[in-house]
Write a protein that binds this ligand. Structure first.
Ligand SMILES: *Cc1c(COP(=O)(O)O)cnc(C)c1O
Length: 396
């Protein structure tokens, strides 16, 4: 029996079966390559679901973590520490927003954003029946609050009743959003680029229109940048392409590049009129190790000019994907921004392509039921794109 098979068999005996895992056991990573327990190499265009933006084995990043481990890993939020201060300063500087609350995951960032919006509205009118408008085909996470604003009945149905006061509208359809607004609406939540739902970027008129309504009606705009933020689309945060600022932004995934950390980030208005001491908390959230990771990620992104790199390489990436769409009938179109790209597949199961690619040494993801999702580490080169195309074509 192979080393990998042994680990897979033992895992299935003890880990709750909530994932149909692909039959591979990853052991180490170097740059954009992963190696499995049997020594086979894979080119990684999934980055641990849009997480490992820096590539694997970045020495500066690893050293920053090791240094922090030797100093102080955890203190709780009852005390101050320098990594917290520095990580928050960097998020503020890159988002243009005002205040940060660190969480351990994306879903928790969404939970915090929801609480914040409800408190903001509560302080205005004292009512306890405020509503949030979310989008169909959205994805915001698996905790009950985040699931309640996730527009996917398949994920929701077994777990009802969910959090109340949520209404759904169609993404990129401003009229459908308008139709759901009432005097009770406290927030509109959406992903700037829908990820899990199938890689749908917001139309500029839609996002700008939603921003305008929110401003006029004093509704908080929550932009979920958990997947599309942190340089992935060729700007620090995807909303910056649109000239739209949210009242609350959620971050996670590449924020810590592998250390579990998320954040919700508020503008001055939302921060000044929402959560106060006693309203919200977390034991681990924003601990010294997590914050050292965030800090190192911002420093390295700047040092390596990763945002500039994504901008520079995006035309080549898109051209190569467009060539595939031109060549294969079952690829009906490409959608995406920067290094967050989807190929829409017709008449073939996407899962089978993803599985075949893995056999061919290429890690890719699916999104929705019919999209091949490519969210590589941001450090890929033209050569990596060429190799990805070769291995992907071999998998069709
Ligand atoms: C992954 C994701 C989440 C949930 O993040 P977790 O860290 O898995 O809880 C929320 N929103 C979006 C857009 C995501 O892609």
């Amino acid at each position: 029996m192979s080393v990998s098979q042994n680990i897979m068999d033992r895992t299935e005996q003890v880990v709750l079966h909530t994932y149909n895992r692909f039959p591979v056991v990853f052991e180490k990573g170097e740059g954009v390559c992963l190696t499995d327990a049997d020594g086979k190499e894979y080119l990684d265009f999934g980055a641990g679901i849009a997480v490992f933006a820096l590539g694997y084995g970045n020495k500066s990043y690893n050293d920053a973590l090791k240094n922090q481990i030797d100093k102080l890993i955890h203190t709780s939020n009852l005390y101050y520490h320098k990594p917290l201060c520095e990580a928050a300063e960097k998020i503020i500087a890159h988002t243009g927003l005002s205040r940060v609350f660190f969480t351990n995951s994306g879903a928790e960032a969404i939970e915090g954003a929801i609480k914040c919006a409800r408190k903001y509205a509560y302080l205005k009118d004292g009512a306890s029946d405020h509503e949030i408008i979310a989008m169909n085909h959205s994805f915001h996470g698996r905790t009950v609050g985040a699931l309640s604003v996730t527009g996917n009945t398949h994920y929701q149905d077994p777990f009802k009743p969910l959090m109340g006061g949520v209404k759904f509208a169609d993404f990129n359809d401003l009229d459908s959003v308008l139709a759901q607004i009432t005097d009770k609406t406290c927030a509109i939540i959406l992903e700037t680029v829908q990820g899990e739902g199938g890689i749908f970027p917001a139309d500029p008129e839609f996002l700008q229109g939603v921003r305008k309504i929110c401003t006029e009606k004093d509704i908080l705009l929550i932009l979920d940048e958990i997947q599309c933020g942190m340089g992935r689309t060729g700007s620090w945060f995807a909303c910056q392409h649109y000239g739209v600022e949210p009242d609350i932004m959620t971050c996670a995934k590449a924020l810590g590049c592998g250390i579990p950390v998320g954040a919700f980030v508020l503008n001055e208005k939302a921060a000044a009129h929402s959560l106060v001491p006693g309203d919200h908390g977390t034991t681990y959230g924003g601990n010294p190790l997590a914050c050292a990771a965030v800090s190192a990620v911002f420093d390295l992104f700047d040092e390596m000019d990763l945002v500039g790199h994504v901008q520079a390489l995006t035309p080549y990436f898109e051209k190569k994907l467009d060539e595939l769409v031109g060549k294969y009938d079952f690829l009906v179109k490409r959608r995406g921004m920067g290094f967050m790209q989807g190929l829409v597949v017709e008449g073939r199961p996407v899962g089978a392509i993803v599985k075949k690619a893995l056999e061919n040494g290429l890690v890719i993801l699916s999104a929705g039921s019919d999209v091949i999702r490519l969210v590589p580490p941001l450090v890929i080169t033209e050569k990596d794109i060429d190799e990805m195309i070769r291995r992907l074509e071999a998998s069709f």
